[in-house]
Write a new protein. Structure first.
Length: 77
């Protein structure tokens, strides 16, 4: 999702709504998005950080196959 789609989702949430977003900013498939400016996950994390009702978890280990890990390295632009 881009930052505008994240904005649309969040600004339409009703009372007592809980939203869980998952993703990997290192795997942005849409080439029109730049990871630091347009990627919805990156923008969400930076703009909502510090708000008492927002939390995030960053995972550092990959549990994908060896093939998936190697392809992610070799095909990174």
């Amino acid at each position: 999702m881009d930052k505008h789609e994240v904005h649309t989702l969040l600004t339409r949430a009703g009372q007592a709504t809980k939203i869980v977003c998952t993703g990997d900013s290192g795997q942005v498939d849409n080439r029109t998005l730049t990871p630091n400016e347009d990627d919805g996950m990156t923008v969400l994390l930076s703009r909502m950080a510090g708000w008492e009702r927002f939390g995030s978890v960053s995972l550092v280990n990959s549990y994908r196959s060896e093939l998936a890990a190697e392809a992610a390295l070799r095909f990174a632009d």
